[in-house]
Design a protein around this ligand. Structure first.
Ligand SMILES: [Zn+2]
Length: 356
């Protein structure tokens, strides 16, 4: 797991004399300390350090520099929080389980898959909404573990744009994220011996009786306070970020990513890139954590369902204006809005979306 900026800076400060005491001694410091301060790392170099992309020796030198240099400390404090990615999805970096508990979940899922492989079949996994990052993290580790055990394991697309399920990869184990959004999972569920599909999604979207494996810490509510900064950013943008930003958040909340060109250049909003499994941005964007966005939008809809319906129409119009290839997201959005109970029928302006 990638540490947060706060964790990085906390780690830099622990076990040493307090930072401000250290800074107070700079004036009396010796030659080596002065040499350490001579060259300030650039903003890009600091960003790279917190993203884990700096060689250890350089990282140690930079950490030592940070303890002595008030100028760099100011710069680091102003850097935006790094985005946490799991399987290419930007999600809040809140994983409410210890590494030992996570290991137990990985073992459990891997052995479940191995048991099912000879006969072939599906494994349905789910998590409660505060545990989106946890579920993706366990799936990611499980895929790696299966590969280490000599099995082939692949994850289907990480951009949520299709209204029909993507083709199932030919691997022994294949993982489909947000599986409950698709109307038919045909080639994911009719499987020969030696093939297992892992179908993953939020617990509230599955009939509970269908779920084989459920990832949830003993008290998922403990994760909620840690999600608060992310919730606040989405809430502020939904209520005060302008109509295209708000419509984008509603689309995200309903399991739709925003295509290239959706957001006008320079838009201020809580959107970050969706990436492939190697971390390369794909041009599509999303808020950090669509399960969280769903909670925020759902709450907003209880106050003002008319406003949410209006934002839905706006999002669909925007998808349509981007051309034929974006009809998939428009249909996905409409179906998801009805399935989730956010609206009971298509509002004016959205008719024909399902069949278009
Ligand atoms: Zn400096």
């Amino acid at each position: 797991m990638m540490p947060s900026l706060a964790q990085c800076t906390a780690a830099l400060m622990t076990g040493e004399e307090p930072l401000f005491a250290t800074m107070g001694t700079i004036r009396q410091s010796g030659v080596s300390r002065m040499r350490n301060l001579a060259i300030h790392p650039s903003e890009t170099e600091w960003r790279r350090l917190f993203m884990g992309g700096t060689p250890p020796a350089t990282g140690q030198r930079m950490a030592a520099h940070l303890k002595l240099c008030a100028e760099c400390w100011d710069l680091v404090c102003r850097l935006p929080r790094p985005v946490y990615y799991a399987l290419g999805r930007p999600v809040p970096s809140v994983i409410p389980m210890s590494p030992l508990e996570i290991e137990a979940e990985v073992r459990n899922l891997v052995s479940h898959c191995l048991e099912r492989l000879p006969g072939g079949g599906t494994v349905v996994v789910a998590a409660e909404w505060p545990c989106e990052a946890l579920m993706l993290h366990v799936l990611s580790l499980s895929a790696t573990r299966l590969r280490r055990l000599g099995r082939t394991a692949e994850i289907a697309e990480t951009v949520f744009r299709r209204d029909e399920a993507p083709p199932r990869p030919s691997s022994e184990v294949a993982i489909l994220l947000e599986a409950p959004y698709y109307p038919s999972l045909h080639d994911w569920t009719i499987l020969p011996p030696g093939r297992v599909s892992i179908l993953a999604g939020p617990l509230e979207r599955w009939p509970t009786s269908d779920v084989d494996v459920r990832f949830a810490p003993r008290k998922p509510s403990e994760a909620v306070p840690r999600l608060e900064p992310y919730r606040q950013a989405i809430t502020d943008a939904l209520r005060g970020g302008g109509a295209s930003v708000a419509a984008g958040i509603v689309a995200n909340a309903l399991g739709c990513d925003l295509p290239p060109g959706y957001l006008p250049p320079g838009t201020q909003g809580p959107f970050v890139p969706v990436t492939d499994l190697h971390g390369n941005p794909l041009g599509w964007s999303s808020v950090e954590g669509q399960w969280l966005a769903w909670q925020v939008v759902n709450e907003f809809a209880r106050e003002s369902s008319g406003e949410v319906a209006h934002l839905l129409v706006r999002a669909v119009e925007k998808f349509r204006s981007l051309g034929q290839s974006q009809h998939g997201p428009a249909r996905r959005l409409a179906r998801s809005a009805i399935q989730s109970g956010l609206i009971s029928r298509l509002p004016e302006g959205m008719e024909g979306v399902e069949g278009s």
